[in-house]
Write a protein that binds this ligand. Structure first.
Ligand code: SF4
Length: 341
């Protein structure tokens, strides 16, 4: 395997051989997966593929900065290499937009991992189903104890995470965790495996307000080589998760790419554009972004040499400017993703 982002420590010849025989079509929905027939995925992918960031110049970036409401074309310019000399101006514009919409308020979500079972095989992640690590799941009593302790600190927002194991962490189990959380917190977010819209509706009834799903990369070909088994392998089902969550009545949705798995500018554009499309289709929806990898990771120079922490911060600023009513949400840890422990 030639990809430099592969975590070689978790690969074995046996697993690779098995994958060659048993790989399923990553574009085909599995039984039970809801197909909402959304046009959003096609739009995101075609715009991402057409994005040529080298064609922009400084004048394009200055024009984008001067606009009071930025268009997707402005966003393309702001993400381009031509924007690098104007980072200070971009950061200041981001601050203005953020203050305008949020003042000085900051949401402090506390993540609580109620389980770490996972049925997926993401080759960049040590929590994948082939890795023999200790797995655990909190029962209702333990969840309540943890949540009570968190609430005692004064924090009012909670983020419930599970690994991506539908059989271990059932929708009902997650729903019960939401009901417990309702007793202690004002806002409840979820980072779990993607589910159908009726299941999101059920979780919303149980108390969940927000759903975040990390797409990892919007490049379907690259996605296929990284997510070798499990429900997560089904690319369109994952891309449409936020929309299903909004159809299920969730108040808001979060987006994130594991920048660096593929061309980080294209993935950053696709993430913002995906959110932009859903914001127009569901105007009531609250939008958030998560930035991965805020600190260097082991083997960072091999995995992703051109994506530095500074660059991620810059990308966050550009998201603030483009989707000014969205909140930058820095939850994700290195090489972890939606619902990942
Ligand atoms: S990235 Fe998430 S879904 Fe993939 S193997 Fe790791 S824990 Fe499981």
């Amino acid at each position: 395997m030639e990809n430099t982002h592969v975590n070689e420590s978790i690969l074995s010849a046996e697993i690779l051989e098995d994958q060659k025989k048993n790989r399923i079509d990553h574009m085909k929905y599995l039984k039970g997966m809801e197909d909402i027939g959304s046009e959003v995925l096609d739009k995101v992918v075609s715009e991402m593929e057409a994005y040529d960031y080298d064609k922009y110049n400084e004048a394009d970036v200055r024009r984008a900065l001067a606009h009071s409401e930025r268009t997707p074309e402005d966003f393309r310019a702001l993400l381009s290499p031509a924007a690098l000399p104007l980072l200070e101006e971009i950061a200041q514009a981001a601050q203005v937009e953020t203050r305008k919409h949020f003042g000085n308020s900051v949401y402090m979500f506390t993540p609580i991992y109620i389980a770490n079972y996972c049925e997926n095989y993401c080759i960049y992640c040590g929590f994948n189903c082939h890795n023999k690590i200790n797995r655990a799941q909190l029962n209702a009593e333990e969840i309540e104890k943890e949540m009570a302790a968190i609430a005692k600190t004064g924090l009012q927002e909670i983020l419930i995470l599970t690994g991506e194991s539908r059989s271990k962490s059932t929708v009902e189990y997650i729903g019960e965790a939401c009901k417990i959380a309702q007793k202690y917190f004002k806002v409840i977010g979820l980072e779990i495996y993607p589910v159908n819209s009726d299941e999101y509706a059920y979780l919303h009834e149980c108390g969940a307000d927000y759903v975040t799903v990390f797409q990892e990369t919007y490049n379907s070909d690259k996605y296929e080589t990284l997510h070798l088994a499990g429900h997560k392998r089904i690319y369109p089902y994952r891309v449409n998760a936020q929309e299903r969550a909004l159809m299920g009545g969730m108040r808001g949705v979060g987006f994130g790419a594991l920048l660096g798995l593929d061309d980080f500018r294209k993935d950053a554009f696709a993430t913002g554009y995906h959110a932009w499309l859903l914001q127009r289709k569901y105007p009531h929806a609250e939008i958030a972004f998560s930035c991965p990898r805020l600190r260097p990771i082991i083997n960072n120079d091999r995995i992703n040499p051109d994506l530095t922490v500074l660059r991620i911060q810059r990308l966050a600023c550009r998201n603030c400017i483009f989707l000014s009513a969205a909140s930058p949400d820095h939850q994700q840890q290195p090489h972890q993703s939606d619902g990942c422990p």
